[in-house]
Design a protein around this ligand. Structure first.
Ligand code: FAD
Length: 479
């Protein structure tokens, strides 16, 4: 008999439980990807670029095995009906998805397919643990990361994650059916090509993911726990876009960490810290799974009446990296130029938007969604809510990041700021965090004219901080 393997956000061949099950069934397989214009949460511009290249890579991988990736556009249910007719498939395999609308859509699809006599098999693979695996002692979902992670860690120790699966051997491919061309998907930017800067940095696809993982283990893994806070240093893995598109699984990374620790490539402390970051990724998905409106609504009800400011000009200055605070501007420009931003800087720019500018965190979330290659519904919402202070296990609202001391502390040599804010690069290190504070003659020598070559700070830190705290105080107290 024949089967369809439906690829979605699991664009890899190794450690792919659904693909392995389909291959082992002995059925003739059609591998398909459907671009559904009405799919929930359509990817932003940056992720569309990634998808194009990742699909290209997957097509080449399948061709090496003698197979093909069938590309189609249209409503998923209709396309699957066509494909079933064309191939005679009686089984469909896919990897599970976990966001509210995706669950709803997959549940409905599965019910229709089953009613039509088709067997649907869904498999895990996106997270370390399925989001229903751990609960508090009383059986309710966790709201705080530390106990969630302790329980998850215990579960992993007790049960294990299992070894990552190899690429299945001897897949029997079904006879070919028609496919659209990747160009028909129209995923790439046209004029202007804002993705120019992406090509040198990213290699979407499974091979690129493995290369990135190996490079990180060699260059950055040792010293991760401390080094991960310094944006100019190579101590972050940059695996997030690969994880987001499923070019690599968290279980494969976990196994690599075990290996690296065993070989002394990474200290136990560094490896455990990295595991906990994968834990934060699981936790974000867990929060969204158990709180359907978490993506859009403040977890803590008292924040739902926060007096946000509506200020389009300020939002645009933030988006374009023209705030006048170099660490904020460096981050926003890194995002625009590379589709990525270092985690420490994400926290600083997010805090600046919601506290210094008092602009709704959802405006920041949306900009990140469109521009991040790793844009992820759960991690993005969880992180924005964390910074805004309204999340489940959030930083307290009154903790307002000071963009100047953050720069001094985490970019002490100015390597990061100089890279993305070249117009102030000639200033001595100690003025890079706050160039307007440099003496006139120092600025003149460095060719910096505040308000002309580089913007004046759009708000005064102390004043903005006070206004944010006042807005916070104005909220009704809980209970
Ligand atoms: P590493 O330090 O190498 O971490 C390894 C992996 O752990 C990451 O690839 C990621 O999958 C996971 N991870 C690390 N930190 C976090 C975290 N705080 N929350 C969830 N997972 C984490 N991450 C996304 O993947 N998608 C998003 O849309 C996203 N939006 C964010 C928005 C804001 C405002 C903030 C402050 C953070 C956001 N993050 C998001 C989390 C984090 O910044 C990125 O996962 C991380 O910077 C990715 O870089 P890396 O792979 O080099 O990280």
């Amino acid at each position: 008999s024949n089967a369809i393997l439906l690829f979605r956000d699991d664009l890899r061949l190794s450690d792919h439980p659904a693909l392995t099950a389909a291959a082992q069934s002995g059925q003739c397989l059609t591998c398909a990807f459907i671009l559904d214009p009405n799919a929930p949460y359509p990817p932003g511009g940056a992720r569309r670029w990634w998808l194009h290249h990742a699909l290209n890579a997957l097509t080449a991988q399948l061709a090496d095995l003698g197979g093909k990736l069938v590309l189609r556009t249209g409503a998923t249910a209709d396309v699957l009906a066509d494909l079933r007719k064309e191939t005679g498939a009686t089984h469909i395999y896919w990897s599970r998805r976990y966001t509210p609308d995706e669950i709803a859509s997959d549940t409905a699809l599965k019910a229709d397919l089953t009613a039509a006599g088709c067997t649907v098999q869904s498999h895990p693979g996106r997270y370390l643990l399925e989001p229903w695996r751990v609960t508090t002692k009383s059986g309710t979902p966790f709201k705080v990361f530390s106990p969630f992670w302790r329980a998850s860690r215990d579960e992993i120790r007790a049960v294990g994650l299992g070894d990552p699966l190899p690429v299945p051997k001897n897949i029997t491919f079904a006879d070919e059916v028609a496919t659209a061309s990747l160009e028909d998907f129209d995923l790439l930017p046209t004029a202007p090509n804002w993705a120019k800067g992406f090509e040198a940095l990213w290699h979407p696809g499974e091979e690129g993911a493995m290369a990135r993982l190996d490079a990180f283990l060699e260059e950055g893994a040792q010293g991760y726990a401390k080094g991960r806070d310094f944006p100019a240093e190579p101590h972050t893995s940059r695996l997030s876009p690969y994880l987001q598109s499923g070019n690599i699984s968290p279980r494969q990374i976990w196994a690599a960490l075990d290996r690296a620790e065993h070989l002394g490539q990474m200290s136990g402390r560094d490896a455990e810290k990295f595991r906990a970051e994968l834990g934060w990724r699981d936790f974000a998905a867990y929060l969204l799974f158990h709180n359907r409106d978490f993506e859009d609504t403040e977890f803590q009800p008292k924040f739902r009446s926060f007096p946000w400011r509506h200020d389009t000009d300020a939002l645009i200055a933030w988006q374009r990296g023209q705030s006048g605070y170099p660490i904020v501007d460096a981050g926003m420009r890194e995002l625009w130029q590379t589709g990525y931003m270092h985690n420490r800087v994400r926290m600083v720019v997010a805090s600046f938007l919601v506290k210094h500018l008092r602009i709704d965190w959802r405006a920041g979330r949306d900009w990140f969604w469109d521009t991040l290659l790793d844009g992820d519904l759960a991690s993005n919402a969880a992180s924005w809510q964390w910074v805004a202070g309204c999340g489940a296990d959030a930083a307290p609202y009154f903790r307002v990041f000071n963009p100047m001391t953050q720069a001094e502390k985490f970019d002490p040599d100015g390597g990061y700021i100089r890279q993305y804010v070249p117009e102030i690069a000639a200033l001595p290190d100690r003025y890079l965090a706050a160039p307007w504070k440099a003496p006139e003659d120092v600025r003149a020598k460095a060719g910096v004219e505040i308000g002309r070559t580089y913007p004046a700070p759009m708000v005064d830190h102390a004043t903005a901080r006070r206004a944010a705290l006042e807005a916070f105080e104005s909220l009704p107290s809980p209970g």
